[in-house]
Ligand binder design. Sequence first.
Ligand SMILES: [Zn+2]
Ligand SMILES: [Zn+2]
Length: 274
Amino acid sequence: MRIKFWGVRGSTPTPQPENLRYGGNTSCVEVRYSDDIFIFDCGTGFRVLGQQLRREFESRPLNAHVFVTHFHWDHIQGIPFFGPLYDRSENRFTFHSSKRTRSLQRVMEEQMASPYFPVDMNEMKAQRTFYDIEEGQVSFDSVNIEAKWLNHPQGCMGFRLETPEGTVVYATDNEPGDAVFDKAVRQLAAGADVLIYDAQYLPEEYEARKRGWGHSHWREAINVVMESGAKELVLFHHDPDHDDECLDKVVKEARNYYPNVRAAAEGMEITLSR
Ligand SMILES: [Zn+2]
Ligand SMILES: [Zn+2]
């Protein structure tokens, strides 16, 4: 199984030179297992993944499962720019998200509505199916995916993907401090090989002025990985104001508490095998 990071930034894209080593695109993570393609979130990194998939599936139909955690801009902005949605009717995308606030189908129609976008959604030729994954599980052959609600304004879903080769947990946009959600995220992460976790703020920024904004910090990420027994921690959803130098310092400091931690960077890949 292979995990690849296409967008690691939170809130808004940050294409300034001082951010480019970790990357400026917003949330998008791809997981491959056998012939299956799983995509978590459709931030601006989703566009770049689309370019890669176009090259790879040049003359073959493409089939992928897309999990959308919630509908804040940094998790959906790549959708209208994802080429394989327009290319051919043999391409098939199965979208999984919660309908609690809105259906993803409606979100996509609204984000492409006039006067916000020049292309009509009917131009998308690919087959699209929408599933409501309300705090439950879905299975495809030997892959199992579990969803849980996280603590975030308007809600956010965390996902745990289990394959015979390993388990990855994608838990972004989650604020600590609520007993129910704190327990849920630890359950989701229990014993996982890789935990991708919201580390938007520095602990001191969080304490000073970011309480209630719906995000975590690297020190809490360490708590979650240690208390859940997950093996590797990947800090994710980097703050737009944190440049490469800042993230280097975060990783260095975090390793004083837990050795197996790194910060997500665009293009980074993790391979798991048993
Ligand atoms: Zn976000
Ligand atoms: Zn959000």
